[in-house]
Design a protein around this ligand. Structure first.
Ligand SMILES: CC(C)(COP(=O)(O)OP(=O)(O)OC[C@H]1O[C@@H](n2cnc3c(N)ncnc32)[C@H](O)[C@@H]1OP(=O)(O)O)[C@@H](O)C(=O)NCCC(=O)NCCS
Length: 157
């Protein structure tokens, strides 16, 4: 499956999204989060100023990667919440493609900055973020229980 289409999550995608999530993270998100995102057509309004957006890469019902982010309109700020690519499809530029897509979408929405947390030991993800122009700006001690989070940030020009 080589499709490179990025689109909003659909209910048909849930099975493959949950499979990727559970095989990618030591503490996967609860399935209900993806269910609510799919049910809202990939744009879940948290309140007046905040929306959570989820896009997937792949064909209907067969997803090979996804990205989830929040947009805070009040301070023009974005926050990447989740990014994963199926293990069989990694190291082929798909993570980069999903991240670029999210950044473009944030810029189109008028956002000026974006940040995210990543496990200190997640060198592959950190490499991806640095390649995308993000900079390590802070550390949250014990954010992942026994492991610190490194905070990456970018200001869109
Ligand atoms: C992090 C992740 C999304 C990257 O996805 P991907 O599709 O493999 O990423 P890309 O192919 O776009 O790679 C981007 C860069 O990272 C590098 N990279 C990615 N995986 C790598 C690996 N296993 N070993 C070495 N470099 C790697 C690529 O070589 C590329 O660098 P380059 O442009 O200098 O060549 C994927 O590894 C994943 O799903 N991991 C598990 C979930 C996770 O950790 N998510 C991030 C949470 S913060």
């Amino acid at each position: 499956m080589t499709s490179s289409k990025i689109r909003a999550i659909h209910l048909d995608d849930l099975e493959s999204v949950i499979e990727i999530e559970q095989s990618s993270f030591p503490k996967p998100w609860d399935e209900s989060i993806f269910f609510h995102l799919a049910l809202s057509g990939g744009r879940y309004p948290v309140d007046e100023d905040t929306v959570v957006i989820m896009n997937v890469l792949g064909n209907k019902g067969c997803v090979i990667g996804y990205i989830v982010w929040e947009e805070y309109k009040e301070d023009n700020h974005g926050h990447i919440l989740n990014l994963a690519v199926h293990s069989e499809y990694r190291q082929q530029g798909r993570g980069q493609k999903l991240l670029s897509y999210a950044f473009s979408s944030m810029k189109s929405s008028g956002l000026e900055t974006c940040e995210l947390e990543v496990r200190e030991s997640n060198h592959w993800a950190r490499h991806l973020y640095e390649n995308a122009g993000m900079m390590a700006v802070d550390r949250r001690v014990g954010y992942y229980d026994s492991e610190d989070a490194i905070i990456y940030a970018i200001t869109f020009s």
